[in-house]
Design a protein around this ligand. Structure first.
Ligand code: OSB
Ligand code: MG
Length: 373
């Protein structure tokens, strides 16, 4: 297969409810849609879901645009490939920039599965027809406002509640939610906001009493030994997110017992190929996985639903319906959840159409490069 045309469409969507993590607050997102057109005139779509600012990861929307334009687009237009992994090997020497690569890999997987006439989920080896979704709730101004959000999402039927925590917003909101809902699947995510000194480890041990399913990424991404020390002292499983951007990182996590659950974020791992390999490796070590989100628009969300259909994704994924985030999405129909469960589409590829007209009218930036330009 060859790619004859590559387009990047940068799109902004406002969030229906602004979102605050330990590092920053956001009320709209700018993601880049990658459209690869093949020699049969078919288009495959992927999404670069990098945050605009370098607080979750080193990439930003602007670095993604630069790396895509300068390094990925020319390689993709020259490649002859038959599987997504072959196309990805053309950018194998480029270090980092996982979110950018993931957008291109996603478009390659969409094209590949359309060619095979198969849904993306089945092409990846998924077998589930429905995936269970959980929600991730940001830091709210007050505990009462948080409790209102929890009530709303539980009544929508979501299967798990994840709370963002940070120093100063941890034991109190966790205790409040746990005492209001003694039985729900509850977990916390610190996005690396804590230091891994002894006092903090002792402090975080108090979270054990809340019977959380996991504590996600308490320490900075490279602090594998800190996470391992915490895991030794906690009953609650530690889950790694930001720390694991490659299979090597996953090997390190397993070797050091630095986490007992893995959040597989397709973008963070450089795309669906590595995400699937991480699923296989984790599953072989009896590590449960779930799919984390980056507030993806529909294209990335559909890929998250597809990967969540693999058998090792035994915990609810961050694949809530689009309407939890956005009043309108870039795909038709949008991803919808019913009673907290998303049906895996059975149409070929990602199984949704991109609303091209809306994208063309609303994009902030557009790059259009054809072969031999
Ligand atoms: O750590 O999972 C995270 C959003 C932005 C940055 C980091 C994270 C998140 C989320 C989003 O939790 C969850 C979702 O997309 O539903
Ligand atoms: Mg996380």
């Amino acid at each position: 297969m060859t790619i004859t045309r590559v387009q990047l469409h940068e799109v902004r969507l406002p969030l229906v409810h602004s979102f605050q993590t330990s590092s920053h607050r956001k009320s709209s997102l700018d993601h880049i849609l990658v459209e690869l057109t093949d020699d049969d005139g078919r288009s495959g779509w992927g999404e670069i879901a990098s945050p605009a600012d370098p607080y979750y990861c080193a990439e930003t929307t602007d670095t993604a645009w630069l790396i895509a334009q300068r390094y990925l687009v020319p390689r993709v237009l020259e490649a002859h490939w038959s599987t997504p992994a072959e196309l990805e090997s053309t950018w194998g020497k480029i270090r980092g920039h996982e979110f950018t690569k993931a957008g291109f890999a996603g478009a390659a997987w969409d094209l590949f599965s359309q060619r095979e006439g198969m849904p993306l989920a089945a092409t990846l080896g998924g077998s589930r027809h429905e995936v269970r979704a959980g929600v991730s709730l940001g830091i709210e101004p007050t505990v009462d406002e948080l409790l209102a959000q929890v009530a709303k999402q539980l009544s929508a039927g979501y299967h798990r509640i994840k709370l963002k925590i940070a120093p100063g917003w941890d034991l109190e909101p966790v205790r409040a939610v746990r005492s209001a809902y003694p039985e729900i699947d509850l977990h916390v995510d610190a996005n690396g906001a804590y230091s891994s000194d002894e006092d903090t480890v002792a402090y975080l041990r108090q979270l054990d009493e809340a019977r959380l399913t996991m504590i996600e990424q308490p320490f900075t991404p490279r602090d594998f030994t800190g996470h391992a020390r915490l895991q030794q002292r906690l009953d609650t499983p530690v889950c790694l997110d930001e720390s694991v951007v490659s299979l090597d990182d996953l090997e390190t996590m397993i070797a050091l017992d630095a986490g007992r659950i893995l959040n597989i974020k397709v973008s963070r791992m450089g795309g669906l190929t590595t995400a699937k390999a991480a699923h296989d490796l984790a599953t072989a070590h009896d590590i449960p996985v779930w799919c984390g989100g980056m507030h993806e628009f529909g294209v990335g969300r559909a890929a998250n639903v597809a990967i969540s259909s693999l058998p090792g994704f035994t915990l609810p994924s961050d694949v809530s319906g689009s309407d939890k985030y956005y009043a309108r999405d870039v795909i038709v129909p949008p991803v919808t959840a019913h009673a907290g469960t998303v049906t895996v589409p059975d149409a070929p590829g990602i199984g949704h159409e991109v609303d091209r007209e809306w994208v063309a009218q609303n994009r902030l930036r557009h790059l259009d490069t054809a072969q031999h330009d």
